[in-house]
Design a binder for this molecule. Structure first.
Ligand code: CP
Ligand code: NVA
Length: 299
């Protein structure tokens, strides 16, 4: 049987994304207490820090009756240079799935190419598809179908922005991007989104009439070196009350977290009535449980 990985939203496709989200919403509303992943193990490889991704996958596996193992470079042979291909082969002989968060998307693809169990992208420098499952679930729970809606991406054209572009293409919403010069998303991912993506001149034009406003940190993990330059470059891209006033009256605000109040978002917005960030964070758990079941139950 072909192994199903989840390296990007395209691995699920539009139908698969909808299936996983529907399942996540249903199980969240009415938990059935079943443990379909009893005796199954998930290895979680983290090259970078994490709170939500680690805890949601670990708690999710526990709730489904399985077990998760946290592996960091600090205390495994991965950190001492064991080839990623060898690690993938070995873990595949012992566990049922691997979730991996690493610096380079190329490394993730090499890992997946040598794994014989499903590999889940827990964030790379290029994509963060698990977060999108949670964001889409959150939108559907609050407002219904996202198809045809307008989403404003404000700030860095980073891994989250790339996954939003993929989601816009697959699910049929429009992503308006308000990013400073030099911080636009990858040209190929942007082009692939076609008519579903639009680069705007400034943050206000991106937010104008938007149904959902989303932002993320100005310096992602690995970009902290030029933090001071970034703070200056992004100064006009804060999501604050003035920017939210451009959006639709019932617009929602999301942020994958961790957030820096006073930088990419003001406290009055993230802690205000439009913000659904706590539902969004909780939904990492529900969406990932649904994803794990989708990938593992068919094996
Ligand atoms: N949003 C998110 O992926 O959070 P963590 O970095 O805490 O996992
Ligand atoms: N863009 C951020 C997301 C963190 C969840 C980063 O890569 O650090």
């Amino acid at each position: 049987m072909t192994i199903r990985h989840f390296l990007s939203l395209d691995d699920l496709g539009a139908e698969g994304i909808r299936r996983v989200i529907d399942r996540a919403i249903a199980a969240k509303r009415q938990p059935d207490g079943r443990t379909p992943l009893a005796a199954r193990t998930l290895a979680m490889v983290f090259e970078k820090a994490s709170t939500r991704t680690r805890v949601s996958f670990e708690a999710g596996m526990t709730q489904l009756g399985g077990h998760a193992i946290f592996l960091s470079p600090a205390d495994t042979q991965i950190g001492r240079g064991e080839p990623v291909e060898d690690t993938a082969r070995v873990l595949s002989r012992m566990v049922d799935a691997v979730m991996i968060r690493n610096h380079s998307h190329d490394t993730l693809e090499r890992f997946a190419a040598h794994a014989s169990v499903p590999v889940i992208n827990g964030l790379t420098d290029r994509l963060h598809p698990c977060q999108l499952l949670a964001d889409l679930q959150t939108y559907v729970e609050h407002r219904g179908d996202i198809a045809g809606k307008t989403v404003a991406w404000i700030g860095d054209g980073n891994n989250m922005c790339h996954s939003y572009l993929n989601a816009a293409r697959l699910l049929g919403f429009t992503l308006r991007i308000g990013a400073p010069e030099g911080y636009l998303p990858d040209a190929q991912i942007l082009a692939a989104a076609g008519e579903h993506a639009m680069v705007c001149d400034d943050a206000a034009s991106a937010a104008d009439g938007a149904d959902l406003v989303v932002t993320d940190v100005w310096a992602s993990m690995g970009d902290e070196g030029d933090r001071e330059t970034r703070l200056a470059d992004f100064a006009n891209y804060q999501v604050n009350r003035a920017l939210m006033s451009w959006a639709a009256d019932d617009a929602l605000f999301m942020h994958c977290l961790p957030a820096h109040r006073g930088e990419e978002v003001s406290a009055e917005v993230i802690d205000g009535p439009a913000s659904v960030v706590w539902d969004e964070a909780e939904n990492r758990l529900h969406a990932q449980k649904a994803l794990l079941l989708d990938l593992l139950e068919t094996r």
